[in-house]
Design a protein around this ligand. Sequence first.
Ligand SMILES: Nc1ncnc2c1ncn2[C@@H]1O[C@H](COP(=O)(O)OP(=O)(O)OP(=O)(O)O)[C@@H](O)[C@H]1O
Length: 317
Amino acid sequence: MTGEPKDVLNAGDGDGAEVADGEIVEARQLAEEAVEETVLPDESPLAGLTGTPGIAKPDPILVADGVGRSFGGLKAVDVAHLEIQRGTITSLIGPNGAGKTTLFNLLTGFDRADTGTWSFDGVPVSGLPAHKVARRGMVRTFQLTKALTRLTVLDNMKLAAVGQRGENFFNALVPPLWRPQEAGLEKHAMVLLERFKLAHMRDSFAGELSGGQRKLLEMARALMVGPSMVMLDEPMAGVNPALTQSLLGHVKALRDEGMTVLFVEHDMDVVMGISDWVVCMAQGQVIAEGTPDQIRSNRAVIDAYLGTRYDEPGAEE
Ligand SMILES: Nc1ncnc2c1ncn2[C@@H]1O[C@H](COP(=O)(O)OP(=O)(O)OP(=O)(O)O)[C@@H](O)[C@H]1O
């Protein structure tokens, strides 16, 4: 992974999926159209807000205050105040080591903050373990670990549900041990696998999936608990153009269904194209936030991350 902002349509075909040249050209066109089509609607609750770091949102689903995490002498996260607006796609950008993944881990209970409080949907969740945060409706995706690649696609889905609920992982793989309320688990998993076009792979080992299909499975796994907010860590990384288009469509569909999406992404065409709001971190702090238009001309963001690529006349000082 590189900390340089990237152009998604020039992303590598890193997943090994076999795609003919013609299909790639067509997929590029589709991806360009998908990005161009997404415009922040005038009625967006965020339209008209200024891009001050920590600015209050009209209806935040997540509110964080004073969140800090140090590793040795390094302050990896030092976020004074951050609100995420409900029902929007917010992207988190910033250079390598800015603290984006650490912030994800803190908010979702996968790491412990040294300081800070945060609430989700009006309920304090700071300090709760990950499965309890997930039960409240906030989940994050993870890259499939080596162990998970040795399980079938369907078992991965079942594990995601019970794991995020804090139950015994492996009981879920032994049908007689399922609790009655888990009887519908497989049905729910299959509905999601259909949606992500992975149903035909249900009995394949996850390790047999292409890179793009793995990303789809990671997203599908997160949805097993019926979250109201999903946090995606680089959902497009290393994915070929054909599947990038499909992933973009899925991210937008989640938002259109009312879910809140927060994602870390280095592909600036994706970020600027599909985000309702962009938050930029550097050295652990939120240095700017705003609409894609505000962010691409924000001097602090250009200096810390974007460089000259989006440096347009009229950049804010
Ligand atoms: N477990 C850890 N132990 C020590 N240092 C860590 C640990 N996790 C993260 N860091 C450090 O904290 C800082 C923030 O890292 P983090 O991975 O959150 O950044 P990031 O913005 O997600 O970067 P990238 O874009 O490269 O993923 C980095 O300097 C990193 O080396």
